[in-house]
Design a protein around this ligand. Sequence first.
Ligand SMILES: [Zn+2]
Ligand SMILES: [Zn+2]
Length: 219
Amino acid sequence: MTQARNTPASLPTSDSELDRRSIRARAEPMTVTALGDALYEVETDHEVSYLVDLDARRCSCPDYTFRSVRCKHLRRVAIEITEGRTPPPGRLAVECATCGEELFVPEENADRSHYCEDHALEPGAFVRDRETGDRLLVVSVSDRRADRVRIGESAYSVATYPNNRAYDPADPVVGAVYPQSVTMTERGPEPDALRVYSFPRSRLDRVDQSNVLNDLGSH
Ligand SMILES: [Zn+2]
Ligand SMILES: [Zn+2]
């Protein structure tokens, strides 16, 4: 125990002490993890973890608890958020389901699959079916879960359909067509030929558009 720990909270804090605390907040090795509900775990170099409540501006460390100072952990959480390394309150860090890149998403959606800008799908994107290897063209991206969307008049949902059961039932549903099946007429794509298939998102891998156009052109 150092002497400082026992200093009564009523003692004024000198400017130079505040400066030192700021410097430590930035320089000391600490790992900040967003837990949700504006709570952050701050793990220090000494393998001690403190809990910071950013809404209440409280910390579980002795500095805050006994001296009521704005401790280095509170400061560090603020720095990490400002510099974009830790999600702000209301968001959590998740990984892109394809490449693992870190993304900050709304807390209430954190348990779904998420994709970075490079791997997100939008209508017009080309994908590869992981089950069959087929190339498909995305025509719609829904925010409904695979276990909530029924396939036609069948008893299956997109999540329980054979070949889809290995994928996350919470996956969003993606509608896609086989580009080879689209018949081009003078009036544009023939609508009768356009049969849309529903997939759980993670069954489809995005593929580079230029590769696909080359493939299709060579047929
Ligand atoms: Zn603290
Ligand atoms: Zn990605």
